[in-house]
Ligand binder design. Structure first.
Ligand code: PRX
Length: 644
């Protein structure tokens, strides 16, 4: 743990929406009078019916429910577009930077409004109605934001599937929420390579019957097969549509979007966010944590396929009338200076990225960074995984030239937006600590039995109260929602993360304590990778754990037991890696595969993951008690054949 402290700079405190005194006051207000606090905050949105009911929730089984602003009505696209037209219709809403540095566009609020209305009308013409689900499988191009906002305009529920997911993963996500319509592109571009999105869609739809319409954006111009009756050219569909579409007033608790995320069990969960509370949380946290003011260029590098892209590439910045930068490419192409070149090119004020990208760039040397000016930058942000102090210090010293504050923001798909983070004008920074809770967030540290620990301590992170941006359910499985988050510690939301709190009340997230691993800031369920592996004809059993990885944070370590008579060799290892990539997507590629004749199990047949984790971490001297194993000799074999 780093001992360094970087105090708030006077210039940041002076310009900030929230300085240290305001933080204390607002935090206390939100904790003591949540209804009064959130009633006032709700005024930052345009409501067609202002809410009179504010928080209405209980985490107890007998009365389990979560509602915010339930009698209010509003429309998300009207809040992100229409209300800005009179004052800043000609301001840039989206700066698009293509994978190829020669590709780019700037889209004003007025243009974005017209595009969204056209697509909304086109969706209606295709029979999409309020409440219908629309799957979006697009690269990072402006049409992704247009598609999201067009759905919200008519009350359709979007489900974005990251373009890196395989046809099977896409098919599962389409089927789970029963989407009728899908929006995709011919191909995506990443690092000079093409991603065959439409071909993946064709493969996925071979298993899905619910989708009757596919809109295809011509992005690269690559060859695709269009299935008559089902597939329509996106440009044709919107050319025929009017640039004006009334915004449907939605109940604050009407579904806004579904986003699938990995959990401890095999099947990804459809996290459901609703309209009022989510938008308020995205907008308010975006303004406060980044101390954002319209006119500043905000760049969040996350793909819209992840929650960070939802809340901080699209909804937060646009709700605040801001300018958001959407980047199609990758940090290391055409070279390792791409991020910094883009910052100079578009005069980016605020840059928000993931530790994994920083670690990868850090290895390439400082010259890539220092050859750029970066003088437009005012604030840096980090998200997705714990940032190790070395990466933090590099980000601060080299990228920020020792001057710029860094907000290390802890949150989850489930939380809708940032929950624990420094505020640049209020919080002294400690490298590696997400620091203090946002307004309305009541973190507690509990031990395994749920006893609340006070003061400087370490344990599991729970949240004792609801907040407006909280997910409302798991799509189609409300019981799973309750079981997953509210039963481990009764009456509290369990985050799945471990945490340490220091004597100054700063929170230090230590990582997942469940069977979820965080690979390059992306959540992967170990059970998902296991089920992909056992689906291979030669595999009898598999157990997957996380292992430390210099760049990715965590890597995927798979123990695989092969069917009798099958020999585990290098060729099979490669085949299994390819298999998992095909089943789930490249982000799930195992980093290490160890062939294991047996796995350590208790006498009742339960795999002892604790031991497998230790071996993968290389801590073979600290395996703990192995006496309860059915066959302790298994462990010796695993240790002797560890893949390093
Ligand atoms: O373990 C925490 C880690 O990422 C998990 C949430 O992943 P996901 O739902 O994909 O959302 C990622 C983007 C918000 C958390 O349970 N995590 C996220 N941010 C941080 C973090 N761990 C430490 N520090 C962070 N700033």
């Amino acid at each position: 743990m780093s001992q360094a402290i970087y105090p708030v700079r006077p210039e940041d405190a002076a310009r900030a929406h929230v300085d240290a005194a305001a933080y204390e006051r607002l935090y206390a207000e939100a904790a003591q009078d949540p209804d009064g606090f959130w009633r006032r905050q709700a005024e930052r949105l345009d409501w067609t019916t202002p809410p009179t009911q504010i928080g209405d929730w209980s985490f107890d089984e007998a009365d389990f429910h979560i509602k915010w602003f339930a009698d209010g009505a509003l429309n998300v696209s009207a809040n992100c577009l229409d209300r800005h037209l009179a004052t800043r219709g000609d301001d840039t809403a989206i700066i698009w930077e293509g994978d190829d540095p020669a590709d780019g566009r700037r889209i004003s609020y007025r243009e974005l409004h017209a595009d969204v209305c056209r697509l909304a009308n086109a969706l209606k013409a295709k029979g999409v109605a309020k409440g219908d689900r629309v799957t979006i499988y697009l690269p990072m191009i402006p049409e992704a934001a247009v598609a999201m906002l067009a759905c919200t305009r008519i009350g359709a529920v979007h489900s974005i599937v990251f373009g890196g997911f395989s046809p099977d993963a896409l098919a599962n996500r389409i089927q789970d929420c029963d989407s009728r319509l899908l929006i995709t592109a011919d191909e995506g571009r990443r690092g000079g390579k093409r991603v065959p999105l439409k071909a993946n869609v064709d493969a996925a739809l071979a298993h899905c019957t619910s989708v009757d319409t596919v809109l295809v954006v011509r992005h690269t111009g690559g060859e695709v097969t269009m299935q008559p009756g089902r597939d329509t050219d996106y440009a044709e569909a919107i050319a025929a549509a009017a640039p004006d579409c009334p915004a449907e007033p939605m109940g604050a608790e009407d579904p806004l979007f579904i986003l699938y995320t990995s959990g401890s069990t095999g099947k990804p969960k459809g996290v459901l966010h609703t309209t009022g509370g989510y938008l308020l949380w995205a907008a308010y946290t975006h303004e406060t944590v980044f101390d954002y003011r319209p006119g500043e260029v905000f760049w969040c590098t996350a793909d819209v396929g992840w929650v960070t892209g939802h809340s901080y590439t699209v909804y937060g910045p646009l709700a605040n009338g801001g300018t958001t930068l959407m980047f199609e490419g990758v940090p290391n192409w055409p070279d390792h200076g791409r991020f910094w070149d883009v910052i100079d090119k578009h005069k980016v004020d605020i840059f928000y990225t993931a530790p994994t990208a920083l670690r990868a760039l850090m290895r390439e040397g400082d010259d890539w960074v220092t050859r750029s000016s970066r003088k437009s930058l005012r604030l840096l942000g980090s998200v997705g995984e714990p940032i190790n102090p070395e990466a933090w210090e590099w980000y601060h010293r080299v990228v920020g030239e020792g001057k710029l504050p860094i907000v290390d923001t802890w949150w989850q798909t489930e939380t809708g937006g940032i929950m624990i983070s420094p505020l640049p004008g209020a919080t002294d920074l400690k490298p590696g600590s997400a620091s203090k809770p946002f307004f309305g967030v009541l973190p507690q540290v509990v031990d395994a039995e749920g006893v609340v620990l006070e003061g400087a301590t370490e344990g599991n992170l729970v949240l004792a109260a609801s907040w407006p941006g909280q997910m409302r359910t798991v799509w189609n499985d409300h019981d799973r929602f309750f079981q997953t988050y509210f039963t481990t510690y009764k009456g509290k939301y369990f985050t799945g993360d471990g945490v340490r709190r220091d004597a100054d009340g700063y929170y230090w997230i230590t990582g997942r304590v469940d069977d979820v691993i965080n690979v390059s800031g992306h959540r992967m369920g170990t059970a998902e990778v296991e089920s992909a592996l056992v689906a291979h004809a030669k595999v009898a059993e598999a157990a997957v754990v996380g292992m430390p990885h210099d760049v990715k944070g965590q890597g995927i370590y798979a123990y695989v037991t092969l069917n009798a008579g099958v020999e585990g060799d290098e060729a099979l290892r490669k085949e299994l890696v390819q298999w998992v990539r095909r089943e789930i997507g490249p982000i799930a590629s195992p980093d290490a595969i160890q062939f294991a004749p047996g796995l350590p199990k208790t006498r009742s047949g339960k795999i002892m993951r604790r031991i497998l984790r230790k071996i993968a971490e290389g801590e073979v001297g600290a395996l703990g008690d192995t006496s309860t194993l059915a066959d302790p000799a298994v462990v010796d074999h695993l240790v002797a054949n560890r893949v390093s």
